[in-house]
Design a protein. Structure first.
Length: 279
């Protein structure tokens, strides 16, 4: 006959054991400028950045549309006719539902480059997220936070770079300078319904408040919105996608600064640049 004490002992040991480790932490984020605990961020904003169960996908898209993932018609116009790597057909805010088994939008732009091509920080900033993303389509990712005085914009901005070849050598909390290499172009992440080429997925978010969080899987700006990445280079507003969409066609071309291959900024004094050097 089995002793009745054994199940009781196992149960007591379970109660005394420490909780299992979880990925939903960012110990390195504590104490960084603007960081708040993950539960201080509205739940809808996690849906906005794509942290959603299949049952939440429709709601996620609705929130994304309400928070900026809307076609704008903007096009980059590289200053002094720079020969820069351009955005391919994977454009801003296109419907991605045909490439996913659920409703989806493209929350950034794709810039194809050969595997291993260095990716540059688009402005001075701080590393706030590094994710392996082995279980999703983004693949290896690095995220930067840019203060208003670093970009000249009247809000905090966040730049996201995914599908990298390898985990970045930078660490959360590191300061980066505009033009610094932050990763290399690749094709990491789960494939969708189509074969994916080597490319950078480049996204920009912004917020009027400085708070942000990182739960170990995603970074989220408090009261954040997505921005057409091309709009990041505008010298004046609007920056909200719905307002940009209403601009006349004559205002759709956005002058974009960049680094030359020798590291010279065009124009001199630029504080926001394209993520790849240009000829």
């Amino acid at each position: 006959m089995k002793s009745a004490a054994l199940p009781v002992l196992v149960f007591c040991l379970f109660l005394l054991a420490p909780p299992p480790a979880t990925a939903d932490t960012c110990a390195a984020c504590a104490g960084l400028d603007g960081f708040v605990p993950p539960d201080a961020i509205d739940a809808d904003l996690y849906l906005m950045v794509g942290k959603a169960r299949r049952s939440d996908k429709v709601r996620s898209v609705q929130i994304q549309e309400a928070r900026g993932v809307v076609r704008t018609g903007l096009k980059p116009a590289f200053i002094e006719d720079g020969n820069c790597p351009g955005i391919d057909t994977e454009a801003w805010a296109i419907d991605y539902s045909a490439k996913r088994p659920w409703p989806a939008l493209h929350k950034g732009v794709d810039i194809p480059r050969p595997r291993g091509t260095p990716i540059r920080a688009i402005a001075d900033g701080m590393v706030i997220g590094i994710f392996e993303n082995a279980d999703n389509r983004k693949g290896i990712e690095i995220a930067l936070r840019h203060r208003p005085e670093q970009t000249g914009l009247p809000f905090w901005t966040y730049s996201q770079y995914t599908h990298l070849t390898d985990m970045p050598t930078l660490a959360i909390g590191d300061a980066v300078r505009m033009g610094e290499v932050i990763g290399k172009t690749g094709n990491s992440g789960k494939m969708g319904r189509n074969i994916r080429r080597d490319a950078l997925h480049f996204a920009v978010l912004f917020s009027a408040v400085p708070a942000w969080s990182n739960d170990g899987r995603v970074f989220v700006p408090a009261d954040g919105f997505f921005m057409d990445p091309v709009a990041f280079y505008r010298q004046e507003g609007p920056y909200i996608s719905a307002e940009l969409a209403r601009l006349p066609s004559s205002d759709k071309a956005v002058p974009v600064a960049y680094l030359k291959t020798d590291g010279t900024p065009v124009p001199a004094g630029a504080r926001r640049i394209w993520p790849y050097p240009c000829k």
